[in-house]
Design a protein around this ligand. Sequence first.
Ligand SMILES: [Zn+2]
Length: 86
Amino acid sequence: MKTRSQTKTEKQPKQKSLNDMPVDAQCPCGGGQSCLVDRRWLGDWCPEDDLFNKLNIPLRKSCIQPYTLEQEMALTQQSITYRWNQ
Ligand SMILES: [Zn+2]
């Protein structure tokens, strides 16, 4: 299953750029394609945010924040096997 869409970035200017992000809003992980904070900033879809929103579970503030038990259980139940950090 493909979840990434890399085809639409060529011609349309992005509404937001990571360069616009204030330093204090940046993720402690340093950012990257799978960074929660970066993806939220850019308006990219975050699978775990989507899931947690559906279940009314608080979102992680950054991708170095450990999952709560509640979040872990939700992810496990959804069989989401990706890892944001490796
Ligand atoms: Zn991050």
